[in-house]
Ligand binder design. Sequence first.
Ligand SMILES: Nc1nc2c(c(=O)[nH]1)N[C@H]1C(S)=C(S)[C@@H](COP(=O)(O)O)O[C@H]1N2
Ligand SMILES: [Mo]
Length: 417
Amino acid sequence: MSSKKNPEAGRRRFLRGGAGLGGALVGASLTTGARAEPLTVAPWSKTPGEPVLWHPYGQPSPYEKNVVRRSRGATPIPGANSSMTPLQNLHGIITPTGLVFERHHAGIPQIDPEQHRLAVHGLVARPTIFTMEDLVRLPSVSRIHFLECSGNTGREWKGPGTASLQFSHGLLSCCEWTGVPLSVVLEEVGIKPEGAWILAEGADSASMTRSIPLSKALDDALLVYAQNGERLRPEHGYPLRLFLPGFEGNMSVKWLRRLKVGREPFMTREETSKYTDSMPDGTARQFTFLMETKSVITFPAPDHRLKEKGFYEISGLAWTGRGRIKRVDVSTDGGRSWSVAQLQEPVLDRALTRFRFPWRWDGAPTVLQSRAVDETGYVQPKATQLVEARGVESNYHFNAIQSWRVASDGVITNVQV
Ligand SMILES: Nc1nc2c(c(=O)[nH]1)N[C@H]1C(S)=C(S)[C@@H](COP(=O)(O)O)O[C@H]1N2
Ligand SMILES: [Mo]
């Protein structure tokens, strides 16, 4: 039988050849935990199970109840909070909508889509107010893109932060977004020649506002009404949000109610006192739109514990606001040597890319790292390199190589090497 028809034969060949392992697995079994015992018939195999419509809207198995968003707890400002995606429990590249991180400056408004309006005004020929019905009738597109808060991994600037992947890297998601290209709407209203920036305003009580360069608005910005195939959830901007592929999450204004075209950036709170980068010379850098190339090992991570030595598949995510990921290198010896990881196809433009690397843990303490390279040749920096360039006073745009230390008891911690 060919390996196509018989996956078991293919697997044995893989073991013998030691694909990607340099023959390290010859004669060794991957399945250290498996036993040769008679198979029993469980209670759930003896009677019919739950009926259809057990949950009219599907739910995960009750055994997956620990796979949830988590938050650091209440903040002093009402409604200003965030929750993190449990990256340690996810597979592939798509974030299930119910696990997509949340970041709200003033809570989640409950908006009636029939009453929602999008006003487009300022330096335009035809100021217009759109209903949701108007917008959904326009030509639409669907795109798979990551969304990362620029505050993600912000606690790593001053040394190793939280010993948890969910809390260190969990302000990150990747969804299929459907909506109207912003360029279509801008063409409808007709931008005056002096127009160069667009103010985007949310309908939440924070009235969150950001200035968007017109070039981005005309390039690939989307007015999004659906996420992973269904209308947006309230926490992600229902009924309408802006989505700017590859740009910092903050600019993808949720509950979008107004776009105003102007000559210059509007210098809102979110681009002056917040979302600026403190530099080592005491100045602050403004308008750091692009999310830089980054990667992280999602298994194993501090949220896991290795029970025994033996075979494990290291797995992780890489992404870049610049386009596509070209390569991911993995080190299992604290950066002394690097090997190329396997990338899951398709590798999409400004989407999460899943990488995998086979590993046999010998039980000795070690440090695991991943390093992403994007299609422009940019290489994810070491923490020391990043800090040298940017100092330690920033809260945003930390994209350094993440190091996970594996101790001999299988406990994994967050370190910087
Ligand atoms: N109107 C409005 N838009 C907003 C926010 C907000 O609080 N209000 N938070 C921003 C921030 S900081 C981020 S990181 C993303 C988070 O999007 P999500 O909650 O859908 O993951 O939305 C952005 N858009
Ligand atoms: Mo954010």
